[in-house]
Design a protein around this ligand. Structure first.
Ligand code: NI
Length: 166
């Protein structure tokens, strides 16, 4: 379980976030959490600067705004859950079907200490939940009620074979 960022203005955070984007882009990922690169702080990144640039791993997904979120807090809105495929850089070579809250509100701070608060649905909400789970040491298979729907990416999605995980 990662600890909170205590100094939102610490200059090392910029370096950390730069490293995280580099790792995420190298893996064609939709997001990344700081503990995935060995830094146990509550920092996540996700999304794309250019919403027209869809993730090749999730070509049908709605665009997600590029976001840096420090000390995130999530609040599901409503009871509705939906299933979707997920992969993870920390669980290489696999994908699984994970139920997630369809809609949520999330809040946190950017690198300038400004508060971010948004309502997200669908893939956007899924990515936020996946990344924030990393901060609590939870990987997506731990959210799967049915492990028969966990499998190797190159078998389940041959068209994605050879691509890195996210
Ligand atoms: Ni992950």
């Amino acid at each position: 379980v990662s600890g909170p960022v205590r100094d939102l203005g610490a200059p090392e955070l910029k370096t950390l976030v730069d490293d995280m984007f580099e790792t995420m882009h190298a893996a064609n990922g939709a997001g990344l959490a700081a503990p995935q690169i060995g830094v146990p702080l509550r920092v996540v990144i996700f999304g794309y600067a250019d919403p027209a640039l869809r993730n090749p791993r999730y070509p049908d997904a709605d665009p997600v705004p590029q976001t840096i979120l420090l000390n995130p807090v999530l609040q599901p809105l409503g009871e509705e859950m939906e299933e979707g495929w997920e992969g993870c850089l920390s669980v290489p070579g696999l994908r699984g079907v994970v139920p997630r809250a369809t809609k949520l509100r999330y809040a946190g701070f950017d690198l300038d200490g400004r508060r971010i608060e948004r309502v997200a649905e669908g893939f956007h909400a899924r990515v936020v939940q996946h990344e924030c789970d990393h901060l609590d040491g939870i990987l997506y298979p731990m959210r799967m009620p049915d492990l028969s729907r966990l499998g190797f990416t190159d078998v389940l999605f041959p068209e994605l074979a050879g691509q890195p995980d996210d």
